[in-house]
Design a protein around this ligand. Sequence first.
Ligand SMILES: Nc1ncnc2c1ncn2[C@@H]1O[C@H](COP(=O)(O)OP(=O)(O)O)[C@@H](O)[C@H]1O
Ligand SMILES: [Mg+2]
Length: 305
Amino acid sequence: MNLELPIAVLMGGPGSERQVSIASGNAVVKALRDKGCIVEPVDVSGPDFTLPAGTALCFNVIHGTFGEDGTLQKILEAQGMPYTGAGVESSRVAFDKNLAKEKFIAAGVPTPLAEIVDVSEGLCLPEMPVPFVVKPPREGSSVGVHIVLRLEDAMAAMEDAARYGNDILVEQYIAGKELTVGVLDGEALPIVHIAPRSGFYDMSNKYPWMNGGDGSDYYCPADLDEETTRAVQEAAVAAHKALGVEVYSRVDILLDADNRPFVLEANTIPGMTETSLLPKAAAAKGIPFGDLCLRIADISVKLRS
Ligand SMILES: Nc1ncnc2c1ncn2[C@@H]1O[C@H](COP(=O)(O)OP(=O)(O)O)[C@@H](O)[C@H]1O
Ligand SMILES: [Mg+2]
């Protein structure tokens, strides 16, 4: 990585994950500056933003809508501006859990059985029996996700998910361990095991400082036998590749009681504070946060310049 190239760290965004993104952005700015890079933070709240003169690379940490779904990537592509992470098409597909599900199935990536319920003509229930999980396909941070254990709760879950769109994803419920696996340059990092202190890994257990939830405990590397570790890491890399993701991602996986992995999604703009999950996994492999940021910048520059 040529440290003379000015980097703009794009953060914020118009979506519901704005505050999380700003925390990621500030952390990346500090880490890259500590490494000797020339870095400017840029608060982006929509398509009209100005990059500092001389910017040679945009380091994008805008989670969710606009920053993670391919929209920002398309704008930067049109300007011929190199940027970090997944490209236009892979971002779009990874961000839409319905499109991603198709890719996973086609590539043989293990993933929970699913049904897409079209509610454009009115609310209805899936054909799948309970327990199932209802999710709006293009949200993050567990927004609108409902675990439905009893049929009498199903309609309320569908109604809430319908607020975000008409193509609701309903997945078979997998009871088991919550894992997440960073993939950097096509290789899996050590597995992170997430243990929510109560309930499931919803918004309050992801960001307890924002919502006053109980929070979660994190173990990395996860305490799994060798065979399971390999199967989980293979599933993560297979998911990353099935979506055609460039540079890096963090793949969310559930591990059932028989140690079978089920891929939920690939996050193409994962959290990037020093204590976020991808940085935790990199640290467990001996890659400090600053080096991780440099690696991401470096691989991206080589891919796009
Ligand atoms: N099929 C499933 N079975 C059990 N729990 C699930 C399932 N799908 C999602 N969850 C729970 O909901 C959380 C969020 O789901 P996920 O698909 O990762 O969406 P996002 O993180 O984008 O909101 C997961 O981390 C998990 O705790
Ligand atoms: Mg997730």
